[in-house]
Design a protein around this ligand. Structure first.
Ligand SMILES: [Zn+2]
Length: 379
């Protein structure tokens, strides 16, 4: 499963076809309840793609463009026949334009609705709620003997440190000797945990961008480790998880997902709060479709907040790609703008391309303001 970062979204948003007017954006819901068999999956993808072909035919494309499109459709067919494996993915996004050498498959951890678009730019709206801001996390695996420190960055786990410390087994000797022997072992375990806490502190100083910690500790080591963690480690948002003693990198990564998802939600809530506060001051924030579109056109949007499912129309200048909330001529080059019903998609594109953040609201709404969209502004 691909970890999708805002950075990846920005790269995709910057793509435009150059040699052909067509790039395919395909979304497939892979949830087992929706897609029970390979045959049904094939049928659904087939009908999505033939919808695209029909749209293209209406444009009466040039011979070359028609050939390029056929190559794309064949490539996609081949991918699902020969390469595709579900392997835990719940959704799939695929972008293809053979004329412009674009081929990108994203296996997603969440479901997406079936959809296919064929346009100059890639259709990205369904991906936005799945994107995480890039961030570094340290993942620590702790047991009586285990002591691993991993770096988790953009979905990749890298082992930084393995401080495995073999401990003597507890023998059943009974009596006084047994009690003394147990204390002896516990002091070794204590040393091991202290050593690990120290290593963790050093790693944090090296990686000063780390924004959180995930600790997989066994029941018996957690209380002691908690006592040993230095204050600078304790200040970080920390998720405690359980993994099997022999868990590999992929199980470990899977186990961190709920924590990362909670972090993402907490971050969205913080940003919405910041946006509301700024609105109260009436300076670096706006609310409402028209104001937000105009702010985005001027490159002033730092963060967009919107309700999923929001509908809005914009007028697009095809020459410079400026968007406006009103019809008329582009103020920059005088070109007559064209009405676009998928205004939110264009708005999101524009903001991503200018390095802004985009925060769709999954559960809460912006209701106190009775608007479904707004932004924090750069100026
Ligand atoms: Zn223009």
């Amino acid at each position: 499963v691909t970890a999708l970062s805002m950075q990846t979204l920005r790269e995709l948003a910057a793509f435009r076809t150059q040699r052909s007017p067509y790039a395919i954006s395909l979304y497939v819901d892979l949830d087992p309840s929706e897609t029970p068999t390979a045959v049904e999956l094939d049928a659904r993808i087939g009908s999505l793609l033939s919808k695209c072909s029909r749209e293209v035919e209406e444009d009466e494309p040039a011979h070359e463009q028609r050939l390029a499109l056929r190559r794309d459709l064949e490539r996609i067919d081949r991918y699902f026949d020969e390469e595709f494996e579900r392997n835990g993915a719940r959704g799939l996004a695929l972008f293809s334009s053979s004329a412009d050498e674009l081929w990108r498959v994203l296996r997603l951890g969440e479901r997406v609705s079936d959809d296919a678009r064929i346009e100059r730019r890639l259709f990205l709206l369904p991906l936005v709620p799945l994107a995480h801001e890039s961030g570094e996390y340290l993942v620590v695996v702790v047991g009586r003997e285990q002591g691993q420190i991993w770096l988790l960055e953009d979905g990749k786990l890298e082992l930084l440190d393995d401080r495995f410390q073999e401990q003597e087994r507890r023998h059943d000797q009974g009596g006084w000797a047994q009690a003394r022997y147990a204390r002896h072992i516990e002091s070794h375990v204590h040393e091991h945990l202290r050593d690990l806490a120290g290593a963790l502190q050093r790693r944090l100083r090296e990686h000063d961008l780390v924004s959180g910690l995930v600790i997989a500790a066994s029941e018996e080591t957690r209380p002691e480790l908690e006592r040993l963690l230095p204050p600078e480690v304790r200040r970080l948002p920390t998720g405690w998880i359980h993994v099997d003693a022999h868990a590999g990198a992929s199980e470990l990564k899977e186990a961190t997902r709920p924590f990362l998802e909670r972090r993402r939600r907490a971050r969205v809530a913080e940003q919405v709060e910041r946006w509301r506060t700024e609105l109260g001051h009436g300076t670096r924030a706006c609310v409402g479709w028209r104001q937000t579109v105009e702010a985005a056109s001027d490159g002033r949007v730092e963060e967009l907040v919107y309700e999923i499912g929001l509908q809005g129309t914009v007028w697009l200048c095809e020459r410079c790609e400026r968007i406006s909330a009103r019809p008329g001529r582009c103020p920059l080059d005088g070109t007559t703008t064209i009405e676009q019903r998928d205004g939110l998609e264009l708005l999101v594109h524009r903001i991503l391309e200018r390095g802004g953040l985009v925060l769709p609201l999954l559960e809460e709404s912006l209701r106190p303001e009775r608007e479904k969209v707004g932004a924090l502004l750069r100026y």
